[in-house]
Write a protein that binds this ligand. Structure first.
Ligand code: ADP
Length: 487
């Protein structure tokens, strides 16, 4: 291993630890190819150690004695530290996975707010006192933390996903073993350093970096883990469900999407076109709720698609560290290969690219995995580019004639994560927001997120909700306590 490159170890039981395998893997900047660090290749033995530490921390030591007020104070300290190191985190994510610095800065601000929201929820968890038929009985339901949680996260928002998994764990009094994605481990590891600094006790937050097939699979199957939260692809989600069956873990899954964005001719078309670009191309399309099927009422379809292509083609593509950059590179050679394969398939199937269309090269771009925002005309509902999640900057535009047709075709997908709707007709806004089968529907906006508002998928997009009170509640189990007062 090159001694000049930083090596990042595993955090197990509050101690930075070498992997049992003795193996390391590289992480590189997808815009330049620069080697950023060597990351510990954790495997099942490291997962065993981390789960054991998380169990000990859950059952004994200082953590079970933390009151809700203590947990709140801890999360607030972590939020303050994250805020103080905000620029560092924005740069870490940008250099490791390519997202533009404006985007990663915005994420940090939201995540600080999210932690403060969870800190508040930590103080307001309540049980109930139901009234049984027998008046001699006193019954109370109490909420108890689920236990040891495992989180397996993707690379498209490494800090984002880490904070989203850690916040409710700390708010509820659970403990966590986090497995970052192999393409983006740096922000989760730095967050772990801040967590220790904030006073998170040893074993409460463990980070085991490594690959999905070994560290990830071992965590999902581990009999000592009570709950798994997974964010990633649908295919891997299915494997996690199977692996978790051994001890019937509680599961929350945030999987893929092929979200429809439906534009009626009566909408504010200028705003709709601008937001259609953001919906499809933010983070280079590497967003699970990206609006990748753009349904436009036939009377305005062609003109609208051209306008979307015009706005997309004007986006500035480059190294995410440049504050002017709108779109950074894709995260990896593998992702570029996937997106390019989808692109070739769409063209072969008969779609036409009216912007973008293939890997970008040229000065400052050759060393990175740059793919331009691509708008397709002439796509059909049965084409792969309309049915499958691409996770890259490719947008299919489709036209429709009636409200009924728009609903039926928007819903004709195995996914159900988000849906956009653009109209000035109030009745239609109400009708469609109920008719669209998705975990979130955005009317005259897209992909809005707020700490207080839960979000999640239906159908093959997942189960469970994140953000909001419900996210924290899902880290508790309910116990009914029966007391016979006649004794
Ligand atoms: P991608 O193919 O883009 O990496 P994945 O959904 O496979 O998307 O990855 C999301 C996360 O799931 C990553 O942390 C990855 O390491 C992990 N992962 C991949 N395969 C498995 C698996 N079989 N079991 C558990 N985790 C996995």
């Amino acid at each position: 291993m090159n001694a000049e490159v930083t090596s990042k170890r595993l955090l197990i039981d509050g101690v930075w630890t070498d992997p049992v395998s003795g193996e390391w893997f590289e992480t590189r900047n997808p815009a330049t190819g620069e080697l950023l660090a060597q990351i510990a290749k954790g495997g099942s033995a490291d997962i065993d150690a981390a789960v054991a530490a998380a169990r000990r921390a859950f059952e004994s030591g200082p953590w079970p004695k933390f009151s809700p007020a203590d947990r709140q104070a801890l999360i607030l300290r972590l939020a303050d530290l994250l805020e103080a190191h905000g620029e560092e985190f924005a740069r870490l994510d940008t250099t490791e996975m390519g997202s533009p610095i404006r985007h990663t800065r915005g994420s940090v601000a939201l995540l600080v707010d999210l932690l403060r929201y969870y800190a508040g929820i930590a103080r307001s968890i309540e049980g109930s006192v139901p009234a049984p038929s027998d008046p001699a009985l006193f019954v109370a339901t109490v909420k108890e933390p689920v236990g040891v949680c495992g989180a397996i996260i993707p690379w498209n928002g490494p800090l984002w996903a880490s904070v989203l998994k850690l916040g409710p764990v700390l708010a509820s009094g659970c403990t966590l073993v986090l497995k970052p994605a192999e393409d983006a481990s740096l922000a989760p590891l730095r967050l772990a350093e801040l967590a220790l600094e904030a006073g998170v006790p040893a074993g409460v937050f463990n980070v085991v970096t490594g690959f999905g097939a070994d560290a990830g699979a071992a965590l999902a199957a581990h009999p000592g883990v009570d709950k798994i939260a997974f964010t990633g692809s649908e295919a891997t989600g299915r494997r996690i469900v199977q692996a978790s069956a051994g001890n019937l873990k509680r599961l929350s899954l945030e999987l893929g999407g092929k979200s429809p964005n439906v534009v009626f001719a009566d909408a504010d078309l200028e705003k709709a076109a601008q937001m259609a670009v953001v919906a499809a191309f933010a983070n280079s399309g590497q967003v699970c709720s990206a609006g990748t099927r753009l349904f436009v009422e036939r009377s305005v379809h062609r003109e609208f698609a051209q306008e979307v292509a015009r706005i997309a083609a004007a986006l500035k593509i480059g190294n995410g560290l440049d504050p002017e950059t709108d779109l950074g590179p894709l995260v990896s050679a593998r992702q570029l290969e996937r997106v390019s394969t989808h692109m070739a398939d769409a063209l072969t199937a008969g779609a036409e690219a009216i912007s973008g269309g293939g890997r970008l090269s040229g000065e400052g771009l050759d060393a990175g995995f740059f793919f331009p925002p691509t708008v397709l005309l002439g796509a059909q509902d049965d084409m792969r580019c309309v049915r499958e999640e691409i996770f890259g900057p490719i947008l299919a535009t489709l036209s429709f004639d009636s409200e009924e047709e728009a609903i039926a075709r928007a819903n004709a997908t195995e996914f159900g994560l988000g849906a956009g709707l653009w109209t000035r007709d109030l009745g239609r806004a109400h009708r469609l927001s109920r008719a669209l089968k998705a975990g979130s529907v955005w009317v005259n906006c897209y992909n809005r997120i707020d700490p207080a508002v839960s979000s999640g998928g239906i159908k093959a997009s997942g189960q469970g909700r994140e953000y909001g009170r419900q996210h924290v509640e899902e880290h508790f189990q309910t116990k009914s306590i029966w007391i016979d007062t006649s004794v």
